[in-house]
Design a protein around this ligand. Structure first.
Ligand code: AMP
Ligand code: ZN
Length: 407
């Protein structure tokens, strides 16, 4: 890797030798967002041969050198030993017609149907909320068909649990920590008198905050596995459903409704023998197809891997791919001629059973699996394909919108 002098004061470019292979470009780019707080935007250009970083300010020589070292570390760790994943498609409906091909975000912001509160979190107005209510009504029906038991989970999850299921080592970059002021009269009074919000962040006196014992939960199903820790479950398995807020810090990768810090999901979760989990996921996939057809959604379902951080990336993605543990529902975004995952089917084998000491009545470890439908992404892909005006939406959705309009 060689560092060429900055083209413009805030741009650093690096040549990669050899070039980053095509199948890794998105993953490497996503990780570059986390290498240094000075990085504003990272891109990989010229077919993987060059990395371009836009920095927040002009770097001095030592910062340039530090960034160069970090880029080299990320690229080496992710490219060395990587192999091209084998992609298998379970469904392909990419040829469904779409009437719209612009980025819907500008229109949604202009009509205040989407209001940005902060980086990666938005308020949604009545139109998108009703659209999501429609989707939720269909997925709730699906959960009922699967005889799933309803659960409600908190938005907080214990730090201790997250460590136990290896979240600290697999996804440290996306963690969101929850703290509060230390229980100390002086600390609280000092904060009340002197703290302020400066450049969008809390500027508090030193040592005011307690060490975080809780995190904002990154996903829904973990709460069920936690609830089952040290328990014995029936041999015929458990099917559960829950809706929840999820939090994943995605740094400068957060754009529009496509990639959020705070999003919502409906999950259907299976715990039991391997065949029970596999068959449950397959049944859900078949029953979900008519729902996506009613949404008129162009998508395909293909295998994928989770966004592990660089330390565990290569091994974990290879493992997931080889065993086909994850399949994503990837919806078309016509305006960028690309796709985005709006849902996923996941199998974790006996990972949670092992780490949480869950057993079945015959003493064996249960398998777990889940399907998650991400609502903001689904709504975003839907309007990216059908436009922001409900008059142009598929009939079943329009009918729901009409039936649920305020008179
Ligand atoms: P995953 O557990 O990573 O397979 O995510 C399940 C679903 O959650 C994805 O298919 C998306 O619909 C949604 N999702 C995941 N990450 C984000 C994000 N950063 N912003 C919005 N939706 C997301
Ligand atoms: Zn899950």
């Amino acid at each position: 890797m060689t560092n060429t002098p900055p083209r413009e004061p805030q741009i650093l470019e690096f040549a990669n030798s050899p070039a980053i292979p095509d199948f890794l470009i998105k993953d490497v780019r996503a990780k570059l967002a986390y290498i240094d707080e000075a990085v504003d935007k990272a891109s990989i250009v010229e077919d993987g041969a060059r990395i371009r970083l836009v920095l927040k300010s002009v770097p001095d020589e030592s910062l340039q050198k530090a960034i160069e070292d970090k880029v080299a570390r990320v690229v080496t760790a992710m490219v060395k030993g990587a192999f091209e994943p084998r992609l298998r498609s379970l469904e392909d409906h990419m040829d469904r017609l779409h009437a719209y091909d612009r980025d819907p975000m500008d229109e949604l912001l202009a009509e205040r149907e989407v209001v940005r509160e902060g980086n990666g979190y938005y308020t949604l107005g009545p139109k998108l909320s009703r659209l999501i209510d429609y989707m939720e009504s269909r997925f709730l029906w699906l959960a009922g068909e699967m005889q799933a038991e309803p659960y409600r989970f908190p938005a907080l999850i214990p730090a201790e649990y997250m460590e136990r299921v290896k979240y600290f080592s697999n996804f440290p970059h996306s963690l969101s920590f929850v703290s509060h002021l230390r229980e100390d009269l002086e600390v609280i009074e000092d904060f009340a008198q002197h703290a302020c919000c400066s450049h969008g962040v809390v500027d508090a006196p030193d040592h005011s905050m307690a060490a975080p014992g809780a995190m904002l939960t990154p996903t829904v199903c973990h709460h069920l596995y936690y609830a089952l820790a040290d328990q014995t479950i029936p041999m015929d398995g458990m099917t559960v459903t829950a809706y929840g807020h999820c939090f994943r810090y995605e740094s400068s990768n957060m754009i529009s409704l496509e990639r959020l810090w705070n999003f919502t999901m409906r999950e259907i979760i299976f715990v039991g023998p391997e065949s029970f989990v596999k068959q449950g996921l397959e049944k859900v996939r078949k029953k979900a197809a008519p729902i996506f057809a009613d949404l008129g959604l162009a998508y395909r379902i293909e295998n994928a891997s989770d966004p592990f951080f660089i330390g565990t990336f290569t091994n974990q993605t290879a493992y997931q791919n080889a065993l086909e543990l994850k399949f994503e529902i990837r919806a078309l975004l016509p305006f960028k001629n690309d796709t985005v995952a709006v849902g996923s089917y996941n199998r974790h084998q006996t990972f949670f059973g092992t780490h949480l000491n869950i057993h079945m009545e015959n003493e064996e470890l249960p398998h777990t699996g889940c399907v998650g439908f991400g609502y903001e992404r689904l709504a975003f892909a839907f309007v990216a394909q059908h436009g922001t005006d409900p008059k142009g939406w598929p009939e079943p959705v329009r009918a729901y919108m009409d039936d649920h309009a305020v008179c």
